[in-house]
Unconditional design. Structure first.
Length: 124
């Protein structure tokens, strides 16, 4: 698995979130077919793909407030995604390297979204 962040730094956050979703889907496809992996995997799939979906919605927002709400939802989804990846990393047997690379990318996405929220709120 390639490091998402180094490969996609040239793209905007929309593209990074999209390719992060693809990498997450590929990661999930390789998890064992056991109840615990399916349960956590379902939650992870929803939160990870929600990041990009909310960024896309933000770009089509009809007002600054709408834009801010979608960016905030994307940030919340990124934080939730970190939680599920950490749970997989620490609670079950998965390849730490694969999870670490995805965690690094979602952490960077989260920081970008957080900085955007601060700027939107006029705190930076």
């Amino acid at each position: 698995m390639q490091n998402c962040s180094s490969k996609f730094k040239i793209y905007d956050i929309k593209h990074r979130a999209y390719y992060f979703s693809i990498k997450t889907i590929k990661f999930l496809e390789n998890l064992p077919e056991k109840y615990i992996y399916r349960t956590i995997g379902n939650q992870l799939l929803r939160s990870a793909t929600s990041i990009g979906a909310n960024i896309i919605e933000a770009q089509a927002a009809s007002s600054k407030r709408d834009f801010q709400n979608f960016i905030n939802h994307a940030l919340k989804s990124a934080n939730e995604t970190k939680y599920w990846f950490c749970l997989l990393r620490d609670g079950v047997k998965v390849k730490i390297k694969d999870v670490s690379e995805l965690l690094q990318e979602v952490d960077e996405l989260s920081k970008i979204l957080g900085a955007s929220m601060l700027k939107l709120k006029g705190r930076k």
